[in-house]
Design a protein around this ligand. Structure first.
Ligand code: MN
Length: 213
């Protein structure tokens, strides 16, 4: 039985146009994200088989595959809900996200500085990767991470709350080689209510983490 399942999109394929075309959303969700879900489930089955047979010759590859596909599934699941056709602007302009707006200002100096850092981090990924706003539970602050593939270059324990997919499959059909234009446009569809809900949940759960007795 499949452990991981592909979540349904919270909107139709055309909901984010013109920032992201319906064709990209359909391919990205139905093909790319679906492949990560299948990859994570297949890898779990292969690991179970390895345990059953006590055959560990492929353990390195299997663990790498699990990290890649599982992280791909998690980041894309966050990505879809991070966006809305009714989004954009700054969190301060939105109802009910004042605490998030305050945390951004405290962690980055201002919303403008945060926006610049996340934009640059996402737009300058080399190869495939993501720009991520994450809650870092040890300091209780927000940080930006430049993630390689889906799983590299992350601080252990950090919780992604706003993710920009900077893989070519996220934009190439529409923006061609202009990754910077795509990342700039992404800000117009950010769902700040979703980011805020993720921030509050991470903060509540993160407070339970203890590094030293
Ligand atoms: Mn993607």
């Amino acid at each position: 039985m499949a452990i991981y399942t592909l979540p349904e999109l919270p909107y139709d394929y055309s909901a984010l146009a013109p920032v992201i075309s319906p064709e990209i959303i359909e391919l990205h969700h139905d093909k790319h994200h679906a492949a990560y879900v299948k990859g994570a489930n297949d890898t779990l089955e292969q690991l179970a088989e390895a345990r059953d047979k006590d055959q560990w010759g492929s353990i390195n590859g299997l663990e790498k595959n699990l990290a890649f596909h599982l992280s791909g599934h998690i980041l894309h699941s966050i990505y879809w809900t991070n966006m809305t056709g009714d989004g954009g602007g700054e969190p301060l302009d939105k109802d009910g996200v004042g605490e998030l707006a305050g945390a951004i200002a405290e962690s980055f100096g201002s919303f403008a500085k945060f926006k610049a850092q996340l934009t640059k981090a996402a737009a300058t990924t080399q190869g495939s990767g993501w720009g991520v706003l994450a809650y870092e539970p040890v300091s209780g602050r927000l940080i930006v991470e430049q993630v390689y593939d889906h799983q590299g270059n992350v601080g252990q324990g950090s919780v992604p709350i706003l993710v920009f997919d900077a893989w070519e499959h996220a934009f190439y059909l529409q923006y061609k080689n202009q990754k910077v234009d795509f990342i700039d446009a992404m800000w117009a569809v950010v769902n700040w209510q979703d980011v805020s809900a993720r921030y509050l949940a991470a903060k509540e759960k993160g407070s339970a983490i203890i590094l030293a007795p």
